[in-house]
Unconditional design. Structure first.
Length: 464
């Protein structure tokens, strides 16, 4: 029988069926952060349980920590960080704390350490665990009670999802990036359009991406509502598995971690590569995006009163007018970071725009490399010098930072941010803060012009 990659992965990890129709699945690797794990450890203590396989877990600090210094910025974050360390020491779990050379955003450091391989099942108390689908692994976010369950038993109760395939075929347009691919997919399928589905990304525009690009696509698939994202493992994946500190720790030999050719999906979407142009979000949902050359929608673009009202609400929060051109939107802040776009490849793309240019007057620009290793690599390549010469603040520590208002990087009420992150909900970067999602190169273009700008104008200028 022909199987999808998703079904192969689920079958390979199924321990048994449960009487209510769910199943029990085995978790190869589990990642924890300081934010979603404390109650899970307390649960273990209360029940006098220990961690069954400490070597199959990793704990990292990334959400609440400051990135200006390796010292916690307040007592509350210090408590969360210290608790995680104490819990891990007690249970014999690896802990990458502040100041550790392996520290960084969970979804950046796991691939960097070589802890993901095709065919694995990875769980983490964080929704963007879908990132590992880039390697042909099944990664998904879990809740705190599930964290406790996986610590104690290495298994989880699981319900098989339906399957969706999104095919993006053909070369993407000039200036388009992996971020634009996934933003376009979210626009077409809709935020929540993949609720209950595991989404596989296929087509030449996907297989042409490097691993960083594939991770960006799978990372943001959760904004579709998908609880799993997958890309077939291929030669690019195989090459990416080599040369990391833990390469070879997890190996799944003898399986073809790709969907069978005749596999049937419950739902299919097809997008033409040429439609992938540089995009920006204008609203408060990740599917509210337009090409940078276009205008913010007007009421007349919508038929239903519900859609018109949603437009009005989003525009009011964002402080924009109907039909305003995307490039007329002036920004206060430029932020390059997050598990979506803070890898070395992202920093290189932004640096290409910034080289020989300067951040516009009045714009605050921040770059937070996704991990300590990424930062050192970027510094060795001369990227830090480019960012700093351009007027960007180069953060010395890694973390989620301004991706969400959970640490000391909080945007102010009304502050408008060009952001390489993945979520633009009301209040995401701070109460009343206005987020525009885009690729890191587009953030760099916005930083130097002071308004949302077309990255293609820069590539044309520099190539003459
Ligand atoms: C705080 C955490 C639970 C959350 C997530 O699950 O994704 C965060 O990382 C996010 O990006 O919103
Ligand atoms: S960088 Fe942002 S999206 Fe990623 S884990 Fe941190 S808060 Fe979540």
């Amino acid at each position: 029988m022909s199987l999808t990659l998703y079904d192969k992965l689920v079958d390979a990890h199924k321990v048994c069926d449960l009487p209510d129709g769910d199943m029990l699945i085995y978790v190869d690797f589990h990642i924890m952060n300081e934010y979603t794990s404390p109650q899970a450890f307390s649960g273990l203590d209360t029940k006098d349980l220990t961690v069954w396989r400490p070597e199959a877990h990793l704990a990292v600090v990334d959400h609440v920590n400051a990135t200006r210094s390796s010292e916690p910025h307040d007592a509350a974050s210090k408590l969360l960080i210290d608790n995680l360390e104490a819990n891990c020491t007690k249970q014999g779990i690896a802990f990458y704390g502040l100041g550790d050379p392996r520290q960084g955003i969970e979804h950046v450091i796991v691939p960097e350490q070589g802890l993901v391989a095709p065919g694995m099942l990875i769980a983490c108390g964080d929704s963007h665990t879908t990132t590992y689908g880039a390697f042909g692994a099944l990664g998904f976010g879990i809740g705190t009670s599930e964290v406790e369950h996986v610590l104690a038993t290495q298994t989880l109760r699981y319900k098989r999802m339906k399957t969706m395939r999104v095919t993006v075929d053909g070369d993407i347009a000039l200036g388009g990036t992996a971020k634009d691919i996934i933003m376009k997919v979210v626009q077409v399928v809709g935020a929540g359009g993949a609720n209950g589905y595991a989404v596989e990304f296929a087509g030449s525009a996907i297989s042409n991406l490097d691993m960083a690009g594939r991770m960006t696509v799978c990372n943001m698939a959760v904004e579709l509502g998908a609880r799993a994202a997958l890309i077939a493992a291929d030669d690019v994946t195989a090459a990416a598995l080599q040369g990391h500190p833990h390469s070879g720790q997890f190996e799944f030999i003898g399986e073809n971690w790709a969907s069978d050719e005749a596999a049937v999906f419950d739902k299919e979407f097809t997008i033409t590569g040429a439609e992938i142009v540089p995009l920006i979000t204008w609203g408060t949902s990740p599917d509210q995006s337009v090409p940078i050359t276009a205008r913010v929608p007007s009421g007349s673009d919508y038929v239903s009163p519900k859609d018109k009202a949603a437009l009005g609400r989003a525009l009011q929060y964002m402080g924009l007018s109907e039909g305003q051109s995307a490039q007329s939107i002036e920004i206060d802040t430029a932020f390059i970071g997050s598990c979506t776009n803070s890898r070395i490849e992202d920093l290189r793309e932004a640096a290409k725009i910034l080289e020989g240019r300067h951040v516009a007057t009045g714009v605050e620009a921040i770059v937070v490399p996704g991990s300590a290793m990424t930062r050192l690599k970027a510094e060795a390549e001369g990227l830090r010098a480019i960012f700093e010469a351009a007027g960007f603040e180069w953060r010395p520590e890694a973390g989620c930072s301004m991706c969400l208002a959970m640490n000391d990087d909080i945007a102010m009420d009304g502050e408008r941010v060009a952001s390489s992150t993945n979520r633009n909900f009301e209040g995401r970067q701070g109460r009343g803060a206005r987020t525009h999602l885009m690729s890191p190169a587009m953030v760099a273009a916005a930083a130097v012009t002071g308004h949302l700008a077309d990255v293609r104008d820069f590539t044309r200028k520099t190539s003459k």
